[in-house]
Write a protein that binds this ligand. Structure first.
Ligand SMILES: [Zn+2]
Length: 70
C-alpha cells in the first residue's frame, strides 16, 4: 500500500480491499478452476465487489493486495 505505483481496483480504481479465504475441497469452484488444491485467498474491492483469487501458497496477504491493486 506504499509502493506509489498502485492503480487501485482494476474495475473502479478504489483502493480499499478485503481479503478472505475460501476452500475448494469438493465444491463447485474446484471444478470451475480444474484444480485439486484446497485454499485460495480472495481479494475483493470494497467499493464495487470485484474479486480475484490467488493460490494460498503464493504470497502473503499484503503482497496479494499489492497485486490486486496493480
Ligand atoms: Zn472496484
Amino acid at each position: 500500500m506504499s509502493s506509489g505505483t498502485d492503480d487501485g481496483c482494476d474495475k473502479c480504481g478504489h483502493m480499499d480491499t478485503e481479503v478472505g479465504t475460501i476452500s475448494t475441497t469438493g465444491g463447485g469452484l474446484s471444478k470451475m478452476f480444474d484444480i485439486q488444491t484446497n485454499s485460495f485467498k480472495v481479494v475483493s474491492c470494497t467499493n464495487c465487489g470485484y474479486s480475484e483469487l490467488y493460490r494460498d501458497d503464493t504470497a502473503g496477504s499484503s503482497d496479494i493486495v499489492d497485486v490486486f491493486l496493480g
